[in-house]
Design a protein around this ligand. Structure first.
Ligand SMILES: C[S@@+](CC[C@H](N)C(=O)[O-])C[C@H]1O[C@@H](n2cnc3c(N)ncnc32)[C@H](O)[C@@H]1O
Length: 485
């Protein structure tokens, strides 16, 4: 393991691969002693050390020094990989490794520019939201000789992230076989992100399918594990996600039959789903009743509000919920001001306080006029969890509360009552649909973006017992794959 600090490791995506995984990937990729082998993100050289004729690239000088010690027979290249890949004339029989997982916010500058240019030129344009590992694999694939192969550790996001979607069609149109091995147990316990494995063989060929195997834990036989053959057209039909194929065929087919029934609709049929307001400074704009009393804020300036997902834990938000927030002195009261209420002396004092002076410097406050008026405060019919552990909460707003952007605001448009829609929501069809339309965030969390929530299926009639059972099994299985606490 490199001695790099944890911030430095994070910046470089430097998380080193367990030895049995390294041996399996190299053992599969290298077929002959004379094979030229590439690890494009070689770190301390643990992949290079297993094969004599190898080249390793890394932008971290300390990693290259360690690789040189670990694999003295190899050719170390101290460079940004995309820089090197853009100009090298070398071609390889095989490649293996663990590319850096650096999210788009930190994958910036020349490296990202070169990565985007390379991927565009290679026929796999990547969006600005791509994490570094996806262009890494495309660039590595392009350095193979005809018949070449690659074996890589990849984030489980390969199973659902929209930015990664160009990768699989690119692979299937350039390799004779493409296999993804999903692994449920964590290979990197220090990361919240799960990782899977990708094997592609026969560069220069093509295939119309991706083979997916689902393993509970890593096995050295991973490259040959049995699984399902997914036509790329089917993968597209499941919104370009592999995750639904973790479900047995019987469950996936039953789900699809139920979703297309005339009485089943997407949530978007009944409602608009949006995020709640962004205050700009949550601690300044959300008051406890005791604070409001102390600084003499009139009740008329305070709006009870759902601040966090966990406010939805106990069912519908009612008058009793708001009374409980008052009793327990919770900071669930939004300071809602206009040009008239701002004249009240307590309000003036609060705005002119040190906290007020700090709040008005915040970005969201600076770009609105007046700075103290929180925009887009709405009073939804239903609140829906944005992030959830098990199943997203779908909770009626019976108290006219507002909500922050930590939860979704659901406004009904179809004339259905909140109670009727909530009853329909509480079905295993919808629970499975949340798993299929939402996506795991790591750390056991299921995230539902508004566009994903709009697609969640809501049944219009009762389910037969077999469907109930299959769907519940499906929910359990999908949850097991994302490990909620
Ligand atoms: C996930 S680690 C993999 C290390 C090693 N292959 C392993 O799995 O044990 C990723 C490596 O990529 C390197 N790296 C990150 N961005 C890079 C870039 N743009 N060019 C070259 N190397 C990079 C980091 O320094 C780090 O050593």
């Amino acid at each position: 393991m490199s001695s790099a600090s944890s911030a430095h490791r994070k910046e470089l995506g430097a998380y080193y691969t367990p030895p049995d995984v390294v041996a399996t990937l190299v053992g599969w990729a290298v077929r002959r002693p004379e094979d030229r082998f590439l690890d494009p993100a070689c770190g301390d050289g643990r992949f290079l050390a297993l094969h004599a004729s190898s080249t390793g690239v890394d932008c971290d000088a300390a990693a290259i020094a360690a690789a040189t010690r670990a694999a003295p027979h190899s050719t170390p290249v101290h460079s940004d990989f995309f820089e090197w890949a853009s100009s090298t004339k070398e071609r390889f029989d095989c490649a293996a490794g663990n590319p850096p997982f650096i999210r788009y916010q930190r994958f910036t500058g020349r490296s990202r520019q070169l990565a985007q240019r390379l991927c565009g030129a290679l026929g796999a344009p990547m969006s600005g939201l791509a994490s570094s590992w996806a262009p890494y694999l495309i660039a590595t694939g392009s350095l193979l000789k005809p018949g070449g192969r690659l074996a890589f550790v990849v984030p489980a996001e390969i199973g659902h992230a929209p930015y990664a979607a160009p990768l699989l069609p690119w692979m299937t149109s350039r390799f004779r076989s493409v296999r993804v091995v999903a692994i449920r147990e964590k290979l990197f316990p220090e990361l919240s992100e799960d990782v899977w494995l990708l094997f592609a063989d026969g560069f220069g060929g093509s295939t119309s399918t991706v083979h997916l195997s689902a393993l509970d834990r890593f096995e050295t036989t991973a490259p040959t594990a049995p699984g399902v053959e997914i036509p790329i057209s089917e993968w597209r039909a499941w919104r370009r996600r592999l995750r639904p194929f973790l479900l047995p065929d019987a469950i996936r087919s039953r789900y699809r039959q139920l979703v297309v029934r005339p009485m089943t609709h997407a949530l978007g049929h009944f409602a608009r789903v949006g995020i709640g307001y962004v205050s700009g400074d949550n601690s300044f704009f959300h008051l406890r009743p005791s604070q409001a009393r102390e600084i003499d804020i009139p009740d008329s300036c305070l709006t009870p509000t759902v601040r966090r997902g966990r406010d939805l834990r106990n069912g519908p938000i009612t008058g009793d919920t708001v009374s409980e927030w008052r009793r327990s002195d919770s900071p669930n009261f939004l300071l809602r001001l206009d040009s008239r209420s701002v004249e009240a002396s307590g309000v003036r004092r609060h705005l002119d306080s040190e906290a007020g002076r700090q709040a008005r410097k915040r970005y969201k406050c600076r770009v609105r006029n007046p700075w103290y008026a929180v925009p887009n405060v709405t009073f939804p019919d239903i609140f829906l969890s944005y992030m959830s552990g098990h199943t997203p909460a779908f909770v009626e707003n019976r108290a006219g509360c507002a909500c922050t952007n930590a939860v979704h605001a659901v406004h009904l448009t179809d004339g259905i009552s909140p109670r009727a829609l909530r009853r329909r929501w509480n079905s295993p069809l919808t629970a499975l649909s949340c798993e299929i339309e939402g996506h795991p965030l790591g750390g056991g969390v299921l995230k539902l973006e508004p566009r994903e929530a709009l697609r969640v299926a809501v049944a219009g009639e009762n389910l037969d017992p077999t469907s109930e059972r299959l769907l519940r099994e499906g929910v359990d299985l999908m949850q097991r794959w994302r490990h909620p606490a």
